[in-house]
Write a protein that binds this ligand. Sequence first.
Ligand SMILES: Nc1ncnc2c1ncn2[C@@H]1O[C@H](COP(=O)(O)OP(=O)(O)O)[C@@H](O)[C@H]1O
Ligand SMILES: Nc1ccn([C@H]2C[C@H](O)[C@@H](COP(=O)(O)OP(=O)(O)O)O2)c(=O)n1
Ligand SMILES: [Mg+2]
Length: 232
Amino acid sequence: MSKNRKLLMGTVVEAANKGASGSILQKRNPTIVFVLGGPGSGKGTQCANIVQHYGYTHLSAGDLLRAEIKSGSENGTMIQNMIKEGKIVPSEVTIKLLQRAMEESGKDKFLIDGFPRNEENRAAFEKVTGMEPSFVLFFDCPEEEMERRLLSRNQGREDDNIETIRKRFKVFLESSLPVISYYDAKGKVRKIDAARSVEEVFATVKAIFEPKNEKVLLLYYWLLLRCLTFWY
Ligand SMILES: Nc1ncnc2c1ncn2[C@@H]1O[C@H](COP(=O)(O)OP(=O)(O)O)[C@@H](O)[C@H]1O
Ligand SMILES: Nc1ccn([C@H]2C[C@H](O)[C@@H](COP(=O)(O)OP(=O)(O)O)O2)c(=O)n1
Ligand SMILES: [Mg+2]
């Protein structure tokens, strides 16, 4: 067995044990929102806005993986090669980074950006953490617009070149869209037209995080309670 394979196996066992015994995180019963959409659809941009307005903690799977490369970890080269090829890193690696970040944050409301990106990501996260998202934000954007945005992102990312971008689009269609369909069948997907300006997109996001219906319902219950206490 190769050194990398052994390391990965160790991570799986460690993660599975944590899941079985119920991690500190599970006991905190956090709120989780998955933020999905194609590369360049505006996930990171909108997450920054949500953090400012609604006090969520933003965890970008891509950012965590890039930090892991920079840290010089044993998995670094493997992660770097996979990202350059537009491929999805094995779930055990990404889940371990997400779990650690959630635990270390001490917080209990998370925006998980760019995860789960395939069926393996989704199933492994639920199995290992025992947690499910409250809902899923899906930033829906045409490829031509995403391509334009990625080519002018200017963050010095090795995967923002036309060759890798095309590969990432293919992976999104083949592997990530089925995950969105899975949650859609459970009624958990909030689909947003992401081809508009940052401000317009955020106006729609706001409506999702501040559902007026719930406020109206609460007002009705309060009025009903007042009437009942008045009569009896
Ligand atoms: N609604 C938008 N309209 C135009 N450009 C946008 C919009 N949202 C994000 N961008 C820009 O597009 C690029 C990709 O956005 P980003 O939030 O990093 O997307 P993702 O995380 O989905 O890849 C960034 O340069 C960002 O500034
Ligand atoms: N769940 C994930 C998320 C990202 N990755 C890898 C593969 C992705 O192409 C890169 C970049 O992801 P990132 O979410 O930062 O990219 P975008 O914001 O969608 O442009 O990281 C992964 O392997 N698994
Ligand atoms: Mg991003």
